[in-house]
Design a protein around this ligand. Sequence first.
Ligand SMILES: [Zn+2]
Length: 301
Amino acid sequence: MGLPRFGRPKGVEGELSPNLFVANCGPAVGYSHDTIASVFSAFGEVKGVCAADESGARVIVSYCDESSARVALEALDGHPCPDLGGRSLHIRYSVLQPTSQGKVNDSVPVSLVALDLNIPGLYLLHDFVSPKEEEELLAAVDDKPWKSLAKRRVQHYGYEFCYEVNEYPRGVGLSPHIDTHSAFEGFIFSLSLAGPCIMEFRRYTEGAWLPKDTSSTSTMVQTPENGPNFLRRAIYLPPRSMLLLSGEARYAWHHYIPHHKIDLVKDSVVRRGSRRVSFTFRKAKTDPCQCEFPQYCDSHR
Ligand SMILES: [Zn+2]
């Protein structure tokens, strides 16, 4: 399970919550969650303490009721705390945030193998190329000029509109999308090199509104695995792995690389490498798409 989806408050003064965002304490500065829980339990029953982010110095303290949180906040905020080595705590109310992209703490559980995702047509082959081949491929692309886009660089081979090689700086992702049905044939391959990443998949329920961009989808997610309008899955793409999207995975699921610099995989924190290079292979299509997913298909409109 990933970190819970708590966040800093959105700046609403006087907003009550049983959850407190507490800065300047945590394992990174020498205080375990148990110690923090016992200090805060002087003000009421503490349900739990968890990390607010990956810093190790900011935690969320969850009380059973709002009044305990209020008393604790008033007593401890901005004052040296004798039970925590005299550290001054900085405390705000914390509210459960709607999930939005770009935060490490809204991660859906990440699978290591494609089968776990239960998406027909999705395949992942580990160690598709050797470390030596990876090195040679990276050297080959770095010999050629990159074309700069807003957040990444690309090289095109074959058709100009077809992104064949992408380079992603650390933490840069892609917005959810389905590769246009009519533009490409049914198999899409993607080889990951250099750095690892997480790829998320979303299956929007039939008849639901389809997102045009990332910012508008982010408000729709309400639980880690299922939003009101879509199913959500995630897979870890290690360097030198080959991903294949076909069938339902290619035609009906949006895919997406979240903008994280740190990913959670099976409870382990994975930091992105300095960059990831993907080789994406698509075959240009000349006739209309004949897929079984008309609701996602530009040829059926
Ligand atoms: Zn189609």
